[in-house]
Structures are given as C-alpha cells and as structure tokens.
Design a protein around this ligand. Structure first.
Ligand code: MN
Length: 234
C-alpha cells in the first residue's frame, strides 16, 4: 500500500474584476482561429473561404494579470519561437446550448485584454503533421488575461482599438471591428458544439503583426476602454 496522499487540487484560476473585490472564476478557455483577415493572410490562409474554427486553452494555462503591475511571464520550454497574439477576451456570466445570435450578448459578463501566447514552431509542426495544437497553444501560462471590465461600462466598444507593443514599439494595431466573426456569432456557433457555462472565456482572435518575443522584453497589450496588461518575459 502506497502512502502517497490523495491529491488536493489547487483552487480555480480567477481574474480580477475592475472596481470590485470579488474575482471571476475561470472555467475553460476557448479560442477562435484566424478571425482577422490580415492575420489569416500573414499565416498563409485565404480568410474569405474559411469557416470559423476553435481550439482550447486549458483553464490552468490562463495566467491572471492584475491591474497596473508589470507581471513576469515565464518563457515556456520546448520553443525558440514564442509568439504574442493580443486578443479581446470575452468572459461568460451565463451558459447555454444553441444560444441564438440575437440573445448571445445577454451571456456576456465582461471583457478583458488577453494574449494567446503560441509556441509557433511547435504549432507549425503540428499543422504540417496533422496533429493537435495543444503543444503549441496551451503551454503553462500561455493565456495571460487582465482584469475584467463589466459589459456595458462606458469607454469600451466592440469597434475600439486593439494593440500590442514590445519595448514601446508597436507590433499589432487594429480595431475590433475588423473581426471576421462577431462576438454574438462566436458565442452562437460555439454553443452548438459545447454547452457553454458561466466562467468560460473566449479568446476572440488576433489581428496581424504577430511576432516572437525573447526574455527581457516587455509586452504591453491594450484594448481601448479596458485595463491594459504589461508583461515582462522571463
Ligand atoms: Mn489566437
């Protein structure tokens, strides 16, 4: 008989909510691929004939970033081409199946700035070999997400600017209006394949300009009207 204790799991990852003491518990991370035409093109795809597709970020890979602090972000093993993808993250406060598009926004709790950090070399290899993407997309701490701003807050709109800079140099700069699939469409389509639940996050895709980071660099991810996130790669 082994004396190994039965594991006690760590509590769920949680995100700050702007102006509130309570935190938002994270259930799962869904990500949409190639949701901005110019990014689809830079990855070698034709955005016009591409239906939306989704992949997952493990809940444990979500990396909470608190308001107003530069946060060390660990560089993961197994890659020499770790890419930033700045994304609007939608936090669901209410779940459901087969959610109609015109009711989808009623399920949104709020929004945050997130990064879909990607081991591009391993993702590229997986694509080539027809293998799953987790090794490229779901590294530990590969989903930094800032504090959530509740839906309806002033200053945020789904047409605002989204941007990422490295050491002050702009790398990604677009508007949310350039998304191919809107937030209600993403929620409606996802809910046809999964029962969505409160606590689920949706990473809504990245605009063009993705590139590799190295240790020591500081990334600033921003969406107009939301709290920015500042991460130092370590
Ligand atoms: Mn992405």
């Amino acid at each position: 008989m082994s004396s190994m204790p039965v594991p006690v799991l760590e509590p769920r990852v949680s995100l700050a909510i702007m102006g509130e003491m309570e935190r938002f518990p994270v259930r799962r991370g869904f990500c949409i691929g190639r949701n901005y035409a110019a990014h689809a093109r830079e990855m070698g795809f034709d955005p016009d004939r591409e239906p939306p597709f989704f992949f997952l970020k493990m809940a444990e890979a979500i990396f909470p970033v608190e308001a107003g602090v530069e946060t060390p972000l660990p560089y993961p093993p197994g890659t020499s081409d770790y890419h930033h993808e700045v994304e609007l993250v939608v936090a669901l406060g209410k779940g459901g199946r087969n959610i109609p598009e015109d009711k989808a926004m009623e399920h949104v709790f709020g929004y945050a700035v997130g990064l879909d950090m990607t081991r591009r070399d391993l993702q590229g290899e997986a694509k080539k070999l027809g293998r799953p993407w987790e090794i490229g997309k779901s590294a530990d701490a590969s989903g930094p997400v800032g504090p959530i701003t509740r839906a309806g807050a002033t200053g945020f709109s789904l047409k605002g600017r989204i941007a990422l800079s490295i050491d002050g140099a702009t790398k990604q700069d677009a508007t949310l209006a350039a998304m191919i699939w809107s937030i209600p469409e993403q929620i409606a389509i996802l809910s046809q394949f999964f029962e969505l639940k409160a606590g689920d996050l949706i990473f809504t895709g990245t605009p063009e300009g993705v590139s590799a980071v190295t240790r020591g660099q500081v990334m600033l991810g921003a969406v107009e009207g939301l709290e920015s996130i500042r991460l130092k790669v370590v």
